[in-house]
Design a protein around this ligand. Structure first.
Ligand code: ADP
Ligand code: MG
Ligand code: MG
Length: 893
């Protein structure tokens, strides 16, 4: 039979799954011998069973009885005993702390009789007893029975007004007794029954309410946004009450064991005398700085500081703490490893290394690529104290400002005039796509991180704040907290913090990016954050098994990525080299009627391509550069069918026929495809259009030879896209090898030939394909599209939000690799490819190469490198190091 209840002395900090974070850490503190009030934890499993079965699991009630009886024995008091009552708090506590769930009910066990017993315990302190009772009715009413909290607030307010006082503490015992009567009325009015007098019934109802709160709307929403599994359930902690509201020698407070923003040691926290529970955070009265406690109660203060250093030495990290002092006796009520900003995560880790508290490996586990990414986005400079309008969910990072527009059409029109706009919508749908592209950023009043707006914005790398539900959107204005913002007014949105400001907030470049760029303002060089990033990046690079390359198509991009630490190019796309003023040559190539015309066009393109490659090879001197032969369908280089058809028709009507346009139109018609992504592209082009791949191969080989002649060390790798069968690759290879041999001669240049694995058939026949490939590069964008049968441009906007809502996937498979499906294809191809050709080089060049989760997957699979956009190179480097350390750790376990 399962055990559903654990005494604090039975648990420990590693039992978060079962006891929740709060319960596990209360147990840990108990076992460290710290002063924690007695209590027990009801497990998450009991919650799961309750939610599944609609009632308590068999045996739970008996276990609660037994643990309560034990607690009563230790405390020498009985729950709710009229003469000398034991009171308890009932506190929720899931594995991950989660807003939206029921919080806490204090003072359970008080009723019309035991309130007098409590007064006697406190030496005849009636005021304290009745204050505790009114708090119970208020918290119980609100959290257990859904009584609107404002009604209690109003009753309290009128009690104060009636007496002509400002503060709760100025109400005396009689006032509070009257307030209890008023509260009971409010309670009965909303619930249809009286406030329960039976202490055990109070306890049971509170426990069930905590269980049920796991499925409260706000909790469900939060879990979805943070990708917390829905089936974990919450634990319930039942804790003997200690009282901070017994007079000036009592109080309650919160503290951090060190500065939560820099990690520097010191005393940080707030204290409130003569107060209970949440008064500190609720901001009811002005709190004191924790340091002031030294003057009020030196003994408790010293003990608290001692406990803080014990906790730090034990957790090896910044902890946050809740404590209460009851008549000069200190009690610990909560601790956990403290939450922190991205910048603080780095500086604290570095600080802890400095103090010898943790080593570099451990420090790497304390930071993440997602945090580094946050630090690399430009941020708002808030020095000017901009007007904060509201806060939503930071759904796609960045800092953007612009004029407010309310429709996609307005966004497009404004962008065409060169104006920057923020598109403000209740929520977005596929019709808004053009507006989203045109806008600097998107702000919505509904939906969270998985809404249409969020998914599409992240896909486009556009700043987005979602679910700012305080804003009321009208036709040409929105209002928030009494402030009206009209169309055309400027607002600023922060996609990391979710904050929305009025006006244009200046944007500050990231000092971390400046550091990576190598052009750091000398004044910042000693900045703790920069020093911490440098320290941890260096360690990550040393630890990593995966190399990190970049996707870059130009010399300047290559140079930038190299500064960001790229160890080569994993994907150099050649199609961009066919744009701009070279489009004309491409058109000539496509329209060529004879071999001579075609060769003429290719001959003109060849030296241009050679110059492109030489540029890139120079920037990446000594490092591998994978050049992908031309991949997209050629009609992408031609005008659109619609435009051209109109143009030709108009010309015809005017009698101004152009032979070239008509030939072009015929070509565009001929080349039109209903599924271009699955049509004539990739290796298929190379096999169909004579001389096209040959021209590119020659340009690559010649550029490499030219660099070698300059004394450089080129390492070109030619990559053939969209291969599905080894025969395709063999055909291309045979021709390429001839050209390479001819160009390279005895220059010593070596050119590798490999292929992308992006068609499922290629993954499934990787053993055969490896016979003709010196390397594989997984094109996980196409592989995802083809494995799922998704066309990315269509599906992300059309229905991904619904798939996320239904939990068909937890995150878009384009954002993070689908381990089970697409990942399986990668595993198969890796195993079979290496079996056929030991030493086969394996990498990834889809966008997943820069996604932290996916990097861990590629490390596990044992690839040689990932390749990602220059900006994500540092993130991938950090995660490659973290992946190596966490897998090394698991070997030892
Ligand atoms: P949260 O998770 O919102 O912090 P807690 O369960 O920690 O909720 O409780 C809210 C407040 O009540 C905290 O300030 C906590 O210290 C206080 N509290 C909880 N249990 C007790 C208790 N047994 N005695 C005194 N104060 C308590
Ligand atoms: Mg707490
Ligand atoms: Mg592709």
């Amino acid at each position: 039979m399962s055990k559903f209840v654990y005494d604090f002395a039975e648990g420990n900090r590693d039992m978060k799954d079962l006891l929740g974070g709060k319960g596990a850490n209360l147990a840990e503190m108990t076992n460290l011998g710290l002063p924690v009030p007695g209590g027990f934890t009801i497990t998450t499993e009991a919650c799961q069973r309750y939610l599944a079965e609609g009632h308590h699991a068999d045996g739970l009630a008996a276990e609660i009885d037994a643990h309560l009886a034990a607690l009563e024995t230790t405390m020498g008091r009985t729950l709710g005993d009229p003469a000398d009552p034991l009171l308890v708090s009932v506190r929720s506590g899931a594995k991950f702390s989660m807003p939206g769930m029921m919080e806490t009910v204090l003072n359970v066990g008080l009723n019309d009789e035991s309130v007098d017993g409590l007064s006697r315990q406190a030496g005849g302190n009636d005021r304290f007893a009745w204050d505790s009772y009114r708090r119970l009715i208020q918290m119980f009413g609100k959290t257990v029975c859904d009584v609107p909290g404002e009604e209690f607030e109003e009753a309290l307010h009128s009690a104060k007004v009636g007496k002509g006082v400002k503060d709760d503490v100025q109400l005396d015992a009689d006032d509070l007794r009257a307030l209890v009567t008023a509260y009971k009325k409010v309670f009965a009015k909303h619930t249809g029954h009286d406030f329960p007098q039976d202490p055990r019934e109070q306890l049971d109802l509170a426990i069930e309410a905590v269980f049920r709160s796991w499925n409260a709307d706000r909790a469900v929403l939060y879990r979805r946004q943070e990708r917390i599994p829905a089936d974990l359930g919450t634990a319930v902690n039942v804790v003997a009450m200690v009282f901070g509201n017994l007079g000036p020698d009592s109080g309650t407070g919160v503290a951090f064991t060190r500065d939560p923003s820099t990690g520097e040691t010191g005393v940080y926290g707030d204290y409130l005398q003569n107060a209970q529970g949440e008064d500190v955070v609720a901001g009811i009265r002005n709190t004191l700085a924790l340091a002031d406690l030294e003057k009020i109660d030196k003994k408790s203060y010293d003990e608290l500081l001692g406990i803080m250093s014990t906790l730090e030495a034990h957790y090896h990290d910044l902890c946050d703490i809740e404590f209460t002092i009851e008549r000069g006796k200190l009690w610990m009520l909560q601790t956990r490893v403290g939450k922190r900003t991205a910048a603080a995560a780095f500086t604290i880790a570095a600080q802890l290394i400095d103090e010898g508290m943790i080593d570099l490996d451990e420090a790497l586990t304390r930071v993440s690529g997602a945090q580094l990414a946050q630090l690399m986005f430009p941020r708002f400079d808030l020095a000017g104290d901009p007007v904060s309008l509201t806060r939503g969910v930071g759904a796609s990072p960045g800092a953007a400002y612009g004029e407010v527009v309310f429709s996609a059409a307005d966004a497009v029109a404004a962008a065409a005039e060169g104006r920057q706009v923020i598109l403000v919508r209740r929520e977005t749908n596929p019709d808004d796509l053009s507006g989203m592209i045109a806008a600097q950023g998107i702000l919505t009043s509904r939906g969270g991180k998985t809404s249409h707006a969020a998914v599409v914005a992240r896909g486009m790398g556009k700043t987005c704040v979602c679910g700012a539900d305080a804003i009321e959107i009208g036709r040409d204005q929105f209002s928030v907290g009494g402030q009206v913002v009209h169309e055309g007014d400027v607002i600023s949105i922060d996609g990391t913090t979710g904050r929305v400001y009025l006006g244009e907030v200046p944007v500050r470049p990231s000092e971390v990016v400046q550091y990576f760029e190598g052009d750091l303002d000398p004044a910042l060089a000693n900045e703790p954050l920069v020093a911490a990033v440098h320290l941890l990046m260096t360690h990550a690079d040393g630890a990593a098994a995966l190399k990190v390359r970049t996707n870059a198509d130009t010399g300047p991009d290559a140079a930038r990525a190299r500064r960001f630490g790229a160890q080569g190019i994993g994907l150099c796309r050649t199609e961009h080299m066919f744009l701009g003023d070279r489009r004309e040559l491409v058109e000539r190539l496509i329209l060529a009627r004879t071999e001579a015309e075609r060769n003429d066009a290719l001959g003109a393109l060849q030296p241009l391509q050679r110059a492109d490659f030489l540029d890139i090879f120079r920037e990446m001197n000594g490092l591998p550069v994978t050049v992908r032969l031309i991949d997209p369908p050629l009609h992408e280089f031609l005008p659109s069918l619609e435009d051209l058809a109109v143009q030709v028709a108009v010309a015809k009507a005017r009698g101004e026929q152009s032979e070239r346009d008509e030939r072009m139109l015929a070509a565009v018609r001929r080349m039109h495809e209903s599924n271009p992504m699955l049509g004539l592209r990739g290796v298929r082009l190379g096999l169909v259009i004579p001389g096209l791949f040959a021209m590119q191969v020659r340009a690559i080989a010649e550029a490499a030879v030219a660099l070698a002649a300059e004394g450089g060390r080129p390492r070109p790798e030619i990559m053939v896209p969209l291969v599905g069968a080894v025969q395709e690759l063999e055909t291309v290879r045979a021709e390429a090898e001839k050209i390479i041999a001819e160009v390279v001669g005895d220059s010593g240049v070596k050119v590798l030939i490999g292929t992308m694995i992006e068609v499922p058939r290629a993954a499934l026949t990787a053993g055969q394909i490896a016979e003709a490939a010196e390397f594989f590069s997984f094109g996980t964008n196409d592989l995802t599209q083809m494995a799922w049968g998704f066309s990315r441009d269509d599906v992300e906007g059309a229905f991904f939000w619904r798939y996320l809502e239904l939990g068909i996937f937890g995150i878009s498979p384009f954002e993070s690799i689908d381990r089970d499906g697409v990942g399986r294809l990668v595993r198969i191809a890796t195993a079979e490819g290496r079996k056929a050709r030991p030493g086969l080089k394996l990498g990834v060049c889809g966008e997943h190469g820069g996604d932290p989760e996916s990097v861990h997957f590629f490390h596990e699979v044992g690839l040689d490198y990932v390749s990602c956009s220059p900006f994500r190179v540092p993130i991938a480097r950090l995660e490659a190091g973290r992946a190596a350390i966490s897998s090394a750790g698991s070997d030892h376990r």
